[in-house]
Design a protein around this ligand. Structure first.
Ligand code: MG
Length: 403
């Protein structure tokens, strides 16, 4: 069972940003009624594993910054430097961790649509062994160099489209790697981003495919597009799903050391009978998510008749249901699970269960609740013949694209 990797974030918001043609710098322009900076701050601050979040700003923008972060509990912002590169380095130096192996993400405040699951995938890429990684997405358009003739652009030579990717932020690094790249890069090296600096040092930077909707707001037209995207993304409907499951205790010759409940191995002298790992809690939760998206039930996706699922970790079932939800453009709002048993006691494992389910679903832990009840000695659970679980979820789906 892996733990959620810890990470730090440097959010770069020090740019003058007058290019967007607005009266205030672009990172403070409103999007959906909130300053652009607030959107990505809000996304990062809810991600499990976040250790610290340092925002680098132009001190002249302090009143705009204070208004943008109203109600958020954040460390004081760091004053930026003359260039983006300087600002990033100041942010890196302000991180409370001096550990070179710490994971740090650098993000441009002008990308308000970055998704939690893409951020978590990026963090995981570093945790899994990469020294550096960046969100990016393959370019589908034909890209070419424009020829300027008397001030007007004309088609020039096309760029080779094969393996052409558009680089985004956040970009993720081991702290020691990105600090070294900043300290050792020649002043005249004008890399446009931090991944470029690290690559110039000879370190491989892994591309992690993100969403093409992770738009960078640069020009006035971008703000208009962003408003339309925001409105479209806000058009959601909520759906509810429920799940219920029962597994009997297994008659075993051996003496089990633990029982798998809601993805966590709990010390207990009995185990449940079942084709998979018999995780009754995750089965109920998987069915609840499938129910909310009109996705049938766990048995239709993972028939017990299929020997491939024998002894399977039920986290895979839950992840599959979660992936189906995401494929529909939806996301989990909350999940509430009730375990019904006389034993084992669930309470002491509540935090571990919440953390594990949040990890599998890639959602903040405050969206997950686990509770337990006995049946006062009544019925099959009261007679300690098995364990029952029920789950309810709410999910958000884009309106007009349900089911
Ligand atoms: Mg089951």
């Amino acid at each position: 069972m892996s733990l959620i990797p810890r990470f730090h974030v440097v959010l770069v918001a020090a740019g003058g940003g007058v290019r967007s043609g607005q009266t205030v710098p672009k990172q403070y322009c409103p999007l959906g009624g909130q300053p652009i900076l607030r959107h990505s701050l809000n996304t990062f601050r809810q991600i499990p594993g976040l250790d610290s979040l340092i925002t680098v700003i132009n001190p002249e923008h302090s009143p705009l910054y204070e208004a943008a972060v109203k109600g958020f509990s954040l460390p004081s912002p760091i004053p930026g430097g003359k260039t983006r590169k300087e600002s990033v380095f100041k942010g890196l130096e302000a991180l409370p961790s001096a550990d070179d192996r710490a994971i740090v993400l650098i993000h441009d405040a002008a990308r308000p649509f970055v998704r939690q699951e893409d951020i978590m995938a990026l963090v995981q890429t570093i945790a899994d062994g990469a020294e550096a990684a960046t969100l990016a997405h393959p370019v589908a358009d034909t890209v070419l160099y424009a020829l300027m003739r008397e001030g007007d652009p004309f088609c020039g030579e096309p760029a080779q489209r094969t393996n052409l990717w558009a680089v985004q932020t956040p970009q993720a690094f081991r702290l020691g790697v990105i600090k070294k790249a900043h300290m050792e890069s020649p002043a005249e090296l004008e890399a446009t981003d931090d991944a470029g600096l690290v690559r110039a040092m000879g370190v491989d930077v892994k591309l992690v495919q993100g969403s093409p909707l992770n738009l960078k707001i640069t020009y006035p037209k971008d703000l208009a597009v962003a408003e339309e995207m925001y409105a479209a993304m806000s058009e959601i409907e909520t759906r509810t799903g429920t799940g219920y499951d029962v597994h009997a205790f297994a008659e075993t010759e051996d003496s089990p050391q633990s029982i798998r409940l809601c993805g966590v191995d709990i010390p207990f002298g009995r185990r449940l009978a079942g084709h998979s790992d018999a995780d009754v809690g995750l089965h109920a939760l998987t069915d609840a998510i499938l129910g909310a998206i009109g996705g049938g039930d766990i048995g239709t996706h993972f028939p017990p008749s299929n020997p491939a699922f024998k002894g399977m970790d039920s986290a895979a079932f839950l992840k599959h249901a979660s992936d189906l939800l995401k494929q529909k453009g939806g996301y989990l709002i909350n999940a509430d699970i009730t375990m019904i048993c006389e034993a084992p006691k669930i309470g002491p494992h509540r935090d571990a269960i919440v953390a594990r389910i949040a990890e599998i679903l890639a959602v903040p832990p405050d969206r997950i609740n686990i509770k337990a009840t006995t049946t006062e000695g009544l019925g099959f659970t009261g007679r300690r013949e098995g364990i029952a679980a029920q789950a309810a979820v709410n999910v958000a789906l884009p309106r007009g694209r349900p089911g």
